[in-house]
Structures are given as C-alpha cells and as structure tokens.
Design a protein around this ligand. Structure first.
Ligand code: KMH
Ligand code: ZN
Length: 313
C-alpha cells in the first residue's frame, strides 16, 4: 500500500525501439509475441506506459507495419491495463507517412512526437561488433551518418493536428536539446498544444544533448521557465547511463523511462535479460528514494488521457 505523501512516478518502458539490432542482444524482443510478452511483463513490474515500435519478425529490422502493431497491441491490451504509446518516430530512415501509419490506424491514448529535425547517429555502435547476424544491421547504423531524422515544423504541426486533435492522442514530446523545448513553448503560446504536456528529456543520442546531469538541469530549467506548470517531465538516457540519469530525473521531480529501446544493459557491461528486469530495478531505486510507482490509471489521470474506451484496437 502507498505510504502517505509519497510522490507518484510514472515508469515508461520502451521495449524494443529501432536503434538496437538482434546481434547486440538476444533479449531484444522481435516478433509480435515477444514484444507482447515483454510489454506485459514490464507492466507487471510497474511500467504504467509501454512505448512501442514494431520489427519485421523474419530478421528484426525496424518496421512501421500497422498490422504488426495490431498483432501485439491487442494482445498487450487484453492482458494488462498499461497505457500503450505508439511511436511516430519509427526509425530515422522511414518516410513520415510510413512512421504515422500505426498511430493513424490504432488511435492509441499516447504517441511519441519528436520535437525537431536532427542528426541521430547510431553509427558509433559499428565499432563494438565484429560479425553481424544480418546485413541490414551495419547498413542501418552506417546510414545514420548521412540521414537526417526529419521532423520539420510542418511535420510536427501535421502530427499535432492529425494524431493529436484528430485521433485524440496525448503526446510524449521527445526533446533532445533545449531548442526543442523552446519550440514546444512556442506551440503552447500559439495554442497548438494543451496542458498537461508530457515532456520526455532524451539525453545521450549523438546529435542531441549528452547524458549528463548538467544537461538535464539546463533542460528542466528551460522547461520550468517556458512551460511553467503546463508540463510534467520524464527522463531517458540512451546507453549505459540510463539508470543513473533517470534516477537524477526522479530526484528532480520527474518521471522515468527505461527499456531495451534505449539501453541493453542492467549494470555496466552486463546485458539485461529483459525489459521487466530494468523496470524492476528502477522500481527498487524509486522505493529507496521514497517515491511510489504510478499505476496505469494514475498515469492516465496525471496526463489526462482519453482512456482505454476510446482506442482503435
Ligand atoms: N529512441 C529514443 C531515443 C520515438 O519513438 O519517437 C527516442 C524515441 C523516438 O523513442
Ligand atoms: Zn521510440
């Protein structure tokens, strides 16, 4: 039972993403069944929000096939009450139309929304592996040297109108640097976004702000100044600083995101065996800090989501 006065912290688990590849970990969920099982187990450990991408079952490459999403999202929704958050970022190599197909088809309670165009470099991971299971893996990493992850003003405004106003989704506003927080504030002033805004500070992506507490303090300071009480925040760090930086975020009054999308390890140099293992670790940390884990329905109330009754799957 929750102790009195303890703040509720939302744990998001991003279970597979489009950054890591099958060679990097045997524990990365690939098939719809694996993605569903990983999500349900993460929710059981305390993840209130599950952030979802799909992969081609045959070889694990990132996919935005709405049918693949449908195959796992229904199963997850039948087995737990977690908020299901459909990525609109897809992979930086997909067209915008492809990226938006799952959100358009499924009308989820939440979607990600990336707040700017940027270099999104995952090519440094090429050095870590000698042999690859599939040819597409090194090709994808290499391609991020020359591909811009495009999220233009027009793109963002179209997503706000189409998936937000039209579909009723609330957003996980992914902000990789302070300029993207400034842009969110611009849209708040223009009335294109409505409180409560859920800002995900994304640290540690090459091309965005690095995974340091100093950067997090600056991002939060900027958001406090520009968004005031119109926002709540969550923190994710890509790579091995995931737990430490998310913990800093929790201490600073925020929510947290873990999951194999962002980091494959459970401690330095040790692969996590599941998403649930990372959620359980984060839950223990929060407990030690005197913080409670928000249930899915508490997260729905905190973020004013439309509810499970209004989803399209
Ligand atoms: N992979 C994360 C660094 C999205 O799905 O829209 C950012 C992300 C993007 O989750
Ligand atoms: Zn994602």
């Amino acid at each position: 039972m929750a102790a009195q006065g303890r703040r509720k912290v939302i744990i998001t688990c991003a279970v597979t993403g489009s950054i890591h590849t099958p060679t990097m970990s045997p524990h990365l969920p690939i098939t719809p069944d694996e993605i569903a099982e990983a999500s349900i187990a993460a929710a059981r450990e305390g993840a209130a929000i599950i952030h979802l991408h799909a992969r081609q079952p045959s070889d694990g490459r990132p996919s935005a096939d709405a049918q693949l999403f449908r195959a796992f999202i229904r199963k997850i929704n039948d087995s737990c009450d977690a908020v299901l958050n459909v990525s609109t970022g897809g992979s930086s190599l997909m067209t915008l139309d492809a990226r938006l197909a799952p959100a358009r088809a499924l009308k989820p309670e939440m979607c990600s929304l990336n707040m700017g165009s940027m270099n999104f470099g995952i090519f440094p991971m090429l050095e870590k592996y000698g042999a690859w299971k599939h040819d597409w893996e090194p090709a994808l990493l290499q391609a991020t040297r020359r591909t811009v992850f495009q999220n233009s003003f027009d793109d963002i405004e179209m997503i706000l109108a189409d998936i937000g106003k039209g579909g009723g989704a609330k957003f996980e506003f992914e902000c990789y640097d302070v300029g993207q927080v400034e842009l969110l504030a611009f849209y708040l002033r223009k009335g294109l976004v409505e409180p409560p805004l859920y800002v995900q500070f994304v640290l540690g992506v090459l091309g965005g702000a690095g995974a340091s507490v100093e950067n997090l303090v600056h991002l939060k300071g900027t958001a406090d100044r520009l968004l005031g009480d119109a926002y709540q925040f969550s923190v994710l760090a890509a790579g091995g600083r995931q737990m430490a930086i998310a913990t800093a975020g929790a201490i600073m009054g925020g929510n947290v995101r873990v999951g194999l999308e962002d980091n494959l390890t459970i401690s330095p140099g040790v692969l996590a065996t599941s998403n649930a293992q990372q959620v359980a670790k984060m839950r223990r940390i929060l407990d030690e800090l005197g913080l409670d884990v928000a249930s899915a329905d508490e997260a729905r109330a905190m973020l004013k989501l439309k509810g499970r009754g209004a989803i399209g799957f």
